[in-house]
Design a protein around this ligand. Structure first.
Ligand SMILES: [Zn+2]
Length: 390
């Protein structure tokens, strides 16, 4: 049995509405996946993620963070990441490649893997395709990502090419190790939960920074290895936004039609809608949760900084067109007060609304593709965002 099934059910130009069936439930695409770095989507309870308000069908876990703390033995003995956190919907884990990459000078890359110092205790650690696959099998996630190397946004052609070829060799090693672990029964999720029918799925990652010729080669290299899904990595890492969209526009339509396409780590609500228009199906980003903690709300009329004095007596909800429980109940004035007073509830409520806005935007995107109204949705969405009179 296939690890996942993916069907495109409606398409308008490049925009696709589909259904991704994982061993832990059915996910309608395009989908936004809240980021649960260390076994928690920061600032929000699992009940809220599951509520009708948000109804997140899939979230992320970070291999790097969970591997360092609490460590794989703890999660294994708890029965995998699902059992440990008590989340029984789908989980995607990244490979740790990006986190290690973002350590910058603290890391050393060799053919074998990456050596780095742990940000937790300063210890010297080593991550390779094989170790990343082993950790992700122990976590028991439903979608596993290959271990890749990411070239910086402004990397030269030569530098990017070297990095991309290393990524291709690591992808092959990831696949070999992954297949072996599956046949060895190392997938904690499957061992611990008898009703789980399928195996873990493995996604490949296309690299190549802003160089379209390299992106196309990387895509070819990745597809020739053969994965359950394909991701575009290494964007939103300091390159110009126009470069990012140029890459997506060129690469997404060339990716396999019958597999999900995942744009890693992007982006703002308008980025999501624009990437859907270019053929992307899956997204993750820390923006709704991270910005929620710093007092920023995403609304249908653009961003709003709750710390601003203009909201002191504002009795309106964060977003008058939002139906989330925060907007139904609380005023901007109250949220501003909480934030200024340093109350933790400010972060919790802003995070909740932000996630509701991202997830609801994707709901609207899916509906509009299915009803053939996506161009209209896209136009009106963008106009409203720009209309912010705050
Ligand atoms: Zn809201």
């Amino acid at each position: 049995m296939d690890a996942i099934r993916f069907t495109v059910e409606a398409q308008q130009d490049q925009a696709r509405a589909g259904v991704l069936t994982t061993r832990r439930g059915v996910i309608e695409t395009p989908v936004f996946m809240p980021v649960g770095t260390a076994g928690t989507v920061k600032g929000i309870r699992f009940e809220a993620l599951e509520s009708d308000d948000l109804d997140a069908k899939i979230i992320l876990g970070n291999t790097y963070h969970l591997w360092l703390r609490p460590g794989i033995d703890v999660i294994k003995s708890a029965g995998g990441l699902h059992a440990f956190t008590s989340w029984d919907r789908a989980l995607l884990t990244d490979s740790g490649g990006f986190q290690v990459w973002s350590l910058g000078a603290l890391r050393k890359i060799s053919e074998e893997g990456t050596q780095f110092r742990s940000h937790v205790d300063g210890s010297l650690r080593f991550l390779s395709p094989e170790i990343s696959m082993e950790v992700q099998a122990a976590l028991g996630s439903d979608i596993v990502m290959v271990f890749d190397e990411c070239a910086p946004g402004e990397a030269s052609h030569d530098e990017t090419e070297r990095s991309m070829n290393l990524t291709a060799r690591w992808a092959k090693r990831s696949k070999t190790a992954f297949d072996q672990l599956q046949s060895d029964g190392a997938d904690t999720g499957r061992r611990e939960v008898e009703c789980l029918s399928g195996a873990q799925a493995l996604f490949g990652i296309v690299q190549g920074a802003g160089h379209l010729d390299l992106r196309r080669i990387s895509l070819q290299q990745t597809v020739s290895i053969g994965f359950d899904g394909y991701a575009i990595g290494g964007l939103s890492v300091g390159e110009e936004k126009s470069v990012m969209f140029e890459v997506i526009e060129d690469i997404a339509p060339r990716m396999p039609q019958n597999a999900p396409r995942y744009l890693m780590g992007v982006g703002t609500p308008e980025d999501l809608v624009e990437a859907v228009a270019r053929g992307v199906d899956m997204f993750d980003c820390v923006l709704p949760t991270r910005n929620g903690r710093t007092g920023q709300a995403f609304t249908s009329r653009g961003k709003l900084n709750i710390k601003n004095a203009q909201f002191t007596n504002d009795s309106r909800p964060l977003d008058e067109s939002c139906r989330c429980s925060v907007c139904r109940r609380h005023t901007r004035a109250y949220l501003r007060h909480l934030y200024i007073a340093g109350e933790m509830l400010a972060s919790i409520l802003l995070t909740h609304h932000n996630l509701a806005f991202f997830l609801d935007t994707m709901r609207g995107v899916r509906q509009s593709i299915r009803s053939g109204d996506f161009p209209k949705f896209r136009r009106e969405f963008t106009e409203r965002l720009g209309a912010n009179g705050e």
